[in-house]
Design a protein around this ligand. Sequence first.
Ligand SMILES: *Cc1c(COP(=O)(O)O)cnc(C)c1O
Length: 367
Amino acid sequence: MLKRSYVEIDLDILRQNYRILKETLHDGQEIMCVVKADAYGHGAVPAAKVYSSEGCRNFAVSNIEEALELRKAGIEGQILILGYTPASFAGELKTHHITQALLSYEHAAAFSGSGIEAQFAIDTGMNRIGLDADDPEECEAIIRKFSKEVHLTGLFTHLCSADTPDNEENTAFTMEQIGKFKAVSERVSDLALPYIHCLNSAGGLFHNCYGNLVRFGIVLYGLKPDISNTLPEGLRPAMTWKSVISMIKPVRKGETIGYGRTFTADHDLMAATIPTGYADGYSRRLSNCGKVLIHGKEAPIIGRICMDQFMADVTDIPEAAFEDEVILLGATYNADDMAEDLGTIGYEVVCDIGKRVRRVYKGEEKR
Ligand SMILES: *Cc1c(COP(=O)(O)O)cnc(C)c1O
């Protein structure tokens, strides 16, 4: 295998995370595994196979291409598309038994009479998609109307500030969102819709008080919804991003490194070149501020990240040599840690890892 730049996914960790999260559920609840964006960069099909083998029968994705990828790989059970699909794809949705979110009255009307399986999105304050929960009578009327024109299997909403449980204002808003969603659901309880759900990872961990599905995404992969969170004991990141030292050389005091000459050596040092760059999704914002691990020791990034390579200071790692392994993301510096250095969230770090970076799997898909 080409060991230029690759991501190792530990399927046993994905399985363990799923089992730990299952323990947090209340009676009557099931997990809906959110495997959109290629399972947050971990590989949608291998991840979904692990969860399937653990008994999961509910999956969520963002679009029809992701849904079809899962179906074609033999994933069974419910696959819910959380985002927009044009009604011209109604035939494919039906053929492959895929459930579509209805984003608005107009979107629902476009699917009218198609008989697809669908669930209404309800907007309780995010202002992104869904029927406006501030007008519950109108929501009820629309849900009743379309319950005769599509095969309606549920209602869902999305929480927008559930990830900071220590913040009173955000928590009050979350409770308000759940209350509004509950009010709409209860108005149509006679329709006996099988799936009523409002919880993402943060909602499931910190505010689990309503609904029969919990849509766990980021926590399945062992990362935090917000950096301030404490995850359940045993949850671990499943991903390690590795590269190698492609060259190592001394740089004399006063010389500069890389494009734009943004780094000047203030002493003689040893620089290692690493063949991963922003074209692999290794953020250019790590220039002169990120770090990697070599032989378990930290090597600071020096100079700008190039498209396909970057340099790190290995002066303090004398054993570092040509073709040694370099850990870009791992147990002691994970995507949440890198996100902190970048001023973003772990979600973006893992989703940004490019197609060019091969995913390799260890552990068992089925057990
Ligand atoms: C992405 C997404 C989720 C999962 O969110 P996490 O924070 O990763 O758990 C749940 N529901 C909807 C509607 C989403 O778009």
